[in-house]
Design a protein around this ligand. Structure first.
Ligand code: SAM
Length: 266
């Protein structure tokens, strides 16, 4: 608890993102990853393995790699990436201070505070009765002046709408409008990835399955606001919330997909 309070004060995050809750979100991710480390390990290993395979199949070395949703770097084969590319840009809307320490031994990796949707700053100034800022597919282009040779979107897609929609709910925006906005955010990120000229890797959960104590599925729903997910190259389950994390009666599993069949180079 004390550690969380300290981290909340130290987390790196721009003011508009902090207003929408991304600073607290980064600390909450860190706390949950510590509590659920054993349950999350197979998912992190599967993500790292998928990325390592993708790197092995790339035709050439060098250039810039972008990692979107880098977060705690738990799902990333960072050694491999840094060996393979001249520059590795680790992008997230919020970073814990300890990430900078972890990156010190990599001369070519840098953390970049970046909103992958482009809507967070305008949304933080938005007033009821104004038009909502529209998520744009070309938001990714603002990450860096140099074109990327590889873009990885890692366990980010389903997360993009969550805090914007929670913010809109606090402003009194109705359920239907929020759902439609969530769909637009997911669709814009997928369109942005599809429009890239370089190889692209996507790992994302696409379905949530709530289970009872007996492990039976009681509710299953889209994690992508009913946007059709890309065709999976690999799929696995992520035990996001083992029994006790939500309450003593409910566990939450995610179905996760990994694909490189996105981008104009695919
Ligand atoms: C499920 S976590 C995955 C983090 C990381 N891949 C890992 O496993 O350590 C989702 C990440 O997406 C980031 N995120 C959420 N919305 C974002 C946005 N609009 N732009 C950039 N990053 C965002 C969060 O800060 C968080 O680090």
């Amino acid at each position: 608890m004390l550690a969380e309070l300290v981290l909340n004060a130290l987390v790196r995050c721009e003011a508009p993102a902090r207003r929408l809750g991304y600073g607290r979100g980064a600390v909450s991710l860190w706390s949950r990853s510590r509590r659920c480390g054993r349950a999350w390990a197979p998912h992190h290993a599967a993500t790292r393995d998928f990325v390592a395979g993708l790197l092995r199949d790339l035709p050439q070395k060098g250039g810039n790699a972008w990692v979107l949703g880098a977060g705690l770097l738990d799902d990333l084969p960072l050694d491999d990436l840094c060996r393979r590319f001249d520059r590795v840009i680790l992008a997230d809307i919020a970073f814990l201070p300890c990430m900078a320490r972890r990156l010190r031994r990599y001369g070519n990796a840098e953390m970049r505070l970046f909103d992958a949707t482009g809507i967070v700053a305008p949304l933080s100034r938005w007033q009821v009765a104004e038009n909502l800022p529209l998520p744009a597919a070309n938001a990714l282009a603002g990450l860096d002046a140099a074109a990327p040779s590889l873009v990885l979107s890692l366990n980010l897609l389903s997360q993009l709408p969550l805090l914007p929609l929670a913010w809109l709910e606090r402003q009194g925006v109705d359920h239907g409008t929020r759902q439609d906005y969530g769909r637009r955010i997911v669709a814009a990120h997928l369109a942005g990835l599809r429009d890239l000229a370089c190889p692209v890797g996507l790992v994302s959960d696409f379905r949530r399955i709530f289970r009872n104590r007996a492990g039976e599925a009681v509710v299953a729903e889209s994690a992508l606001f009913d946007v059709t997910p890309p065709v999976a190259e690999r799929e696995w389950s992520w035990a996001l919330a083992p029994l006790g994390e939500i309450d003593g009666q409910t566990a939450l599993d995610l179905r996760v997909l990994a694909t490189r069949n996105l981008g104009r180079a695919a």
